[in-house]
Design a protein around this ligand. Structure first.
Ligand SMILES: [Ca+2]
Ligand SMILES: [Ca+2]
Ligand SMILES: [Ca+2]
Length: 234
């Protein structure tokens, strides 16, 4: 009897820990970033001093996708990002802190690098075509597909990117999105930390949502801009 009791406790704890660490559909469906429409686009120069970045909400890069657990902020790695949109472009600002920066190595797996997924159709999931691998400090040679600009600042601690998405960047559109940092310390990949829901791992094929929000009324904005142009005539 006692043995059975212990066995059922062990079973219960196993199921519980699996449920806590495992990605559920609800976790993924309820997880999203709301990118706001802004009236002035940020300048992609690697420095996050544009006024729009003060207003955008930060999202933590704190899901350890090697083991599906939450990453505890430490000297080893801390990161966050923000996103806004304007005139067919999605803009991303990233802040990183890493205790050992490994850059300009001959192989990608020996360099600290960002891994982004941007899936405009939101049905491909993670695939090669929507995957962007960007080593710290790499700018024009990182460009491909819809990634139209990359700039680093503050010795690789800040980064700005823009994606040209055309009509997809419009009110209430939803795209598949993920951002991760592959942390190379002492010559090898030590950590992979992402923005993702509880239980999210690198094996998971599905992507979280990024929603194009427009809290400000675009028509009112356009009227303001037109009014500004009229005023300039006088
Ligand atoms: Ca900037
Ligand atoms: Ca590190
Ligand atoms: Ca590193």
């Amino acid at each position: 009897m006692r043995k059975q009791f212990i066995l059922s406790i062990v079973l219960f704890l196993t199921v519980l820990s699996f449920a806590l660490a495992h990605l559920t559909d609800d976790n993924l469906e309820n997880f999203q970033y709301n990118a706001e429409l802004v009236s002035v686009a940020p300048i992609v120069d690697g420095y996050l001093d544009d006024p729009v970045w003060d207003e955008a909400l930060p999202a933590k890069i704190d899901q350890d996708i090697m083991n599906g657990r939450q990453w505890q902020e430490s000297n080893d790695f801390t990161g966050s990002f923000k996103a806004v949109w304007r005139s067919g472009f999605l803009y991303i600002a990233i802040k990183l802190r890493d205790d050992q920066i490994e850059k300009q190595q001959s192989k990608l797996f020996r360099e600290d690098h960002l891994v982004l997924h941007v899936d405009p159709q939101h049905y491909h999931g993670k695939d090669e075509f929507n995957r962007y691998e960007i080593p710290i400090g790499m700018e024009s040679s990182a460009l491909k597909g819809s990634l139209s600009a990359v700039a680093w600042g503050n010795d690789g601690q800040t980064c700005e990117l823009s994606f040209r998405l055309g009509g997809i960047a419009s009110k209430d559109s939803i795209i598949g999105f993920c951002i991760a940092y592959n942390d190379v310390d002492n010559g090898q990949i030590e950590n992979k930390i992402a923005w993702g829901p509880k239980g999210y791992t690198e094996q998971e094929f599905r992507l979280p949502d990024l929603v194009f929000n427009a809290s400000i009324n675009p028509n009112a904005q356009q009227k303001l801009i037109r009014w500004g142009q009229i005023k300039n005539l006088y």
